[in-house]
Design a protein around this ligand. Sequence first.
Ligand code: ZN
Length: 180
Amino acid sequence: MREMDPSKSHSLLEEAGLSHLQTAVLNDFAPPIVRTSELARLYGAVFRSTGEALTRLFLGNYARRMAPMLLKHPEVVKLSEQRPAIHPVQVRAWTARALPQLLNAIWATVELREDDAAFYLEVEQCPICVHMHGTTLPICHSSEYLYTAFARAISGQRLTLSEVACRAQGKPACSFRLEK
Ligand SMILES: [Zn+2]
């Protein structure tokens, strides 16, 4: 981890109501255990202090750092091991159905919707943007990046999920589209 300006990290944590992590977060050897609801407050504080564009950048960098660790999750490994049993033309649809199962187990409640052209992963209580309001574009860039990484790991194909609607824009759910 690059060195952090302690006064900046302190004010972000304070703003998020997480001052108790102040000493823990600066110690790479004993990383703190943080609940999803606490993380959500931290993302909200980043948004309020840096705005929409920088928050999107922050979430992208954050996801790139998290991905290698999350892709080792036993549920991801298990699904990618099941894939050879799936007929190649079914892999995309199978992956679309596997993703909500995986995300429900490790992250948040996700529902699958589909129309003629695409599958949509819908997250009504998205922990990323629950404390962000009034964005012009979808902001859950970390989810976009990680859901895509999971889809590629599970399917072995270059699938891409794009966030097409976001709670932070005032939409009913964050919605991630996978072309059929
Ligand atoms: Zn969103």
